[in-house]
Design a protein around this ligand. Structure first.
Ligand SMILES: [Zn+2]
Length: 547
């Protein structure tokens, strides 16, 4: 960003300083209490819990003074955007067998491989003796002059690829060293192989570069799958999408006369060429049941007074995991108080602050999306079918799982990314004596695991705010201890419940900061961008002429 842009925005910030609203911790607590109560049944999309949640959000946005900002019906905007979702489930057994020379190996779903229900729109996956090709990290990155395919045709073939990006192990190179770029995410690998018309993608699981163990891979991939409803699903999904355990993969390499570790080393260089696994093939057969379910995003709006067609979006997901397996106490309701009752409370109260203040020059949108827990689908649907054009969306500030505790001396964002939006937030926080703490584990790819990413990958500047761990009362020791106990004992468990002792004063304070950032953007004419070497900058610049 040019110095002048920052200076202009900071000046605007000083001018507006007197008008910074305050946020009521009691109101925040009350929203979280209601949304995470047992009556809301864990807020799973397409259940009675969804109806209650959407009704509550609409009623609260209305009471806060916002306007409906969703789909237009009969010439009038409503409060929601319809989100049709595809639900895919494997029916019956998954037959998997390897032919290697004279040996035939029968494999078991969830053991050697974890195969997802296919989402390409076909009810049956059935192929025999498909050739396997090792395609390195499965990356085509023209801006980094990197191409793992070198013209290799993948039609009718299964691509075996490595997780994370080529410089994860070496720690230095074209892909940001240890930190993960989008090329390292499994979603990218699936998308890239679909673009290349492969029969399938088989990702080799290794715990360090994946950042989670095989159990996570197995549980999430052998479960029910969801996707947005696509016009041409085969363009986004190859017939087979799967993971393979590292040792099972190494065995296949060995049977093809290759050494897995040596092949991996080669894949870490630009000169790598795809390697066929000679004499080894895979056969598979499984049926898939596909249904379409309906869910909704809730969209509230504060219209801009001067440039209403330009928007700032505050987003967060309303959904959680619903009713599921009981915990040790027999509790089956996954209440989702922190994840993401807190984000919803923040959206409602931000809307109130904007409604009570002077009208912003640009429009401000409060987007409560569905199906984040099913793979960022509500935000993906919005970004693929935007109610307000993406090229005129100035920036997205996502709020997911905020701290209900006391104030912190710092804040963070999910993942490591370089963008003007973050520079502005850092500068604004500094005025409040709040420091920016970078994501301590950027290699885990958190940047790609929150709803702001659905916007980022289309070039819209977007970040996901995270509460800080350096607490005013108790310092980092207290903040870290709480974070660890949340991750271990409550995250994605029935115990993520509202607590009467939570003060919500930290969130109230952080909302002043986040209001300030959005307000500056809303009252300015600037278009913040991505950093120079960001893979999203090209996309943003491609739509610059439309502003
Ligand atoms: Zn979650």
């Amino acid at each position: 960003m040019k110095k002048t842009l920052l200076a202009t925005l900071l000046l605007a910030a000083f001018a507006a300083h007197a008008a910074t609203p305050t946020f009521d911790p009691q109101r925040l607590s009350q929203h979280v209490k209601v949304l995470s109560s047992d009556a809301f049944e864990g807020r799973e999309p397409h259940t009675a819990g969804e109806t209650k949640t959407v009704d509550y959000l609409v009623e609260q946005f209305k009471a806060a003074g916002a306007q409906p900002g969703g789909d237009i019906a009969d010439g009038k905007r409503g409060w929601t955007q319809e989100v049709p979702l595809g639900r895919f489930q494997i029916q019956g057994p998954v037959a998997l067998s390897v032919q290697a020379g004279k040996d035939k190996l029968a494999w078991t779903q969830g053991e050697q491989m974890a195969v997802r229900a296919s989402m390409n729109g076909k009810p049956l996956v059935d192929f025999k003796n498909a050739p396997l090709v090792f395609a390195g990290y499965g990356v085509t990155a023209p801006e980094r002059k990197w191409d793992d395919f070198k013209g290799q045709d993948l039609k009718g073939k299964l691509a075996i690829v490595l997780i994370n990006d080529p410089d994860f192990e070496t720690g230095a190179g074209e892909f940001g060293g240890k930190a993960m770029t989008y090329y390292g995410r499994w979603t990218y690998k699936y998308e890239e192989m679909a673009r290349r018309g492969a029969l399938g993608t088989i990702i080799v699981h290794e715990t360090a570069p994946a950042s989670y163990g095989w159990a996570t891979v197995k549980n999430s991939n052998t479960n029910v799958m969801y996707d947005i409803v696509r016009k041409d699903p085969a363009k986004s999904h190859a017939p087979m999408e799967a993971w393979i355990q590292r040792d099972a993969a190494a065995d296949l390499f060995k049977r093809a006369g290759l050494d897995f570790e040596a092949a991996k080393k080669q894949a870490q260089s630009r000169d790598f060429k795809p390697v066929p696994l000679a004499g080894v093939t895979l056969s598979a057969r499984y049926a898939v049941d596909a249904q379409v379910i309906k869910s909704r995003n809730v969209v509230a709006l504060i219209p801009g007074s001067e440039r209403a067609d330009e928007t700032i979006i505050y987003s967060g997901h309303w959904d959680h995991l619903g009713v599921g397996a009981p915990d040790a106490k027999g509790d089956k309701i996954y209440n989702g108080a922190v994840d993401n009752g807190t984000g919803m409370a923040a959206l409602i109260e931000l809307a109130r602050a904007y409604a009570q203040g002077p009208a912003p020059k640009r429009s401000v949108v409060f987007l409560a999306v569905t199906a984040e827990e099913k793979g960022l689908l509500g935000s993906e649907y919005y970004a693929a079918n935007p109610v307000y054009p993406l090229e005129k969306t100035v920036g997205v500030i996502n709020l997911d799982a905020l701290s209900p505790h006391g104030p912190s001396r710092n804040f963070t964002i999910s993942g490591s990314a370089k963008l003007d939006l973050l520079d502005l937030l850092v500068a604004k926080a500094r005025q409040r004596n709040q420091a920016y703490a970078a994501d301590p584990k950027p290699e885990a790819g958190y940047f790609f695991r929150s709803d702001h990413f659905s916007f980022a990958k289309r070039g819209v500047p977007a970040l996901s705010f995270g509460s800080g761990e350096d607490w005013v009362a108790g310092g980092t020791a207290a903040g870290k201890a709480e974070e660890e106990s949340y991750t271990k004992d409550r995250y994605h468990q029935p115990a993520d419940e509202w607590n009467a002792k939570w003060p919500f004063t930290g969130m109230a304070s952080d909302l002043e900061l986040l209001y300030g950032l959005g307000r500056d953007l809303a009252d300015s004419r600037d278009w913040p961008n991505w950093g120079k070497d960001s893979e999203f900058r090209v996309l943003r610049e491609a739509s610059a002429s439309k502003r």
